[in-house]
Design a protein around this ligand. Sequence first.
Ligand code: SF4
Ligand code: SF4
Length: 438
Amino acid sequence: MLREGTREVIITSCCHTVNLLVEKYFPSLLGCLAPVKSPMHAHCEDIKRRIPDAVTIFIGPCLSKKDEAYSASIDAALTFEELSEMFDRRGIVLEKREDGGDGGEGGRARLFPVAGGILESMTYKNPDYTYLIVDGIDNCLDVLRDIEAGGLGRCFIEMSSCTGSCVGGPIMEKYRNSPVRHYRAVTTYAGESDFDISQPDPSRLIIERVARVPKREMPTEDEISEIMRKMGKISPANILNCGTCGYDTCRDKAIAIWQGKAEISMCLPYLMEKSERFSNSILDNTPNGILVVNESLEVQDINPAAMKMLNIRYKSDVLGEPVVRLMDPTPFFDAIEGKRPIQGKRSYFAEYGRYLEQTMVYDRTSGSVILLLRDVTDEEKERAKKADISRQTIETADRVVERQMRIVQEIASLLGETVAETKIALTKLKESVEHDDR
Ligand code: SF4
Ligand code: SF4
């Protein structure tokens, strides 16, 4: 293409994300995209041609290669992360060795995954063209818009959607994003010239690029308003247009939701507000009392249940006040000093006329001590009542037993007297009978 010099702009087609970007969002620039298969596509096809039964699996740092593999009939595309997980699951540990391949003089194509690597591996450069390296999605978008607007001509652009090209790919970034180290590693293993292999017929490398413009129907104003309402964007104070979600305005985001490209939850202020509302609702409605103090032992928050237990009328009466005004601060000190935390301890608070069960948690990150209170007055009174009834029952039983014992003793003594008298009478009778016989 460079030798022919007929194209105004040539954009490389190694990066599938760039190809998709042009096919979907810049269809007017399809003619600028080189109609050349990516290295992955060309290589896998070549393997299949030479070894028809081969299974081809691409392994790399790229997610969009999965989409390309699907559309290019490549058997599978794995990320480095997936490969490592497979090794870990099977307990496979790779032995590190010196590069045994032809990485010395040959292997210039190994420069492909770094920004500028494609340009460096080219043997011919038409002097009529300007050669540019564009990496990072924002830069790609700017340049594509510029070309569309007619601002760029007679240039050859190596375009990669990831910053630093594939060595800065999404799965590389997750672990150790060090573009300079990656660049150095790649260039160390790349040689000055090409591998000594026969090149495929150029006709086999050609691919037709077609527009895949997504259908972009627009919602009505009512539909946008309804989605904005669901997003909690109902007043100017909520419509922050902060761009955190990736859309310039909340309205753009609402349209994207309607088009199925975004979700309501992709809004940080919305999530924060929702989680705040959720926690407030729990705090306000739980029957358990919650009292929060800071490390200076000043009250930071108190919920309605705790206010009721501690006879507090207005929150403002205690906020910022020392907790000693409400209760003994010793357990709070202990919690901060890392002593054994209180768990379900029941105490009687005479000033409030209540038994309260206390559990204390120290959150080191926020420097807060959280006291959870449960009013167990009714339970304790019921327990005391039951204990009283048991005591009375035992006393009654003791009395009955004692009386019974007395009666038994009296009967026994009466029986003893009667037996003695009977014995005397019988002895006398026996003696008189013996006397008569003589
Ligand atoms: S630059 Fe990024 S998106 Fe493009 S092919 Fe490389 S890893 Fe994939
Ligand atoms: S993150 Fe939320 S508030 Fe910010 S622009 Fe997006 S929708 Fe609007």
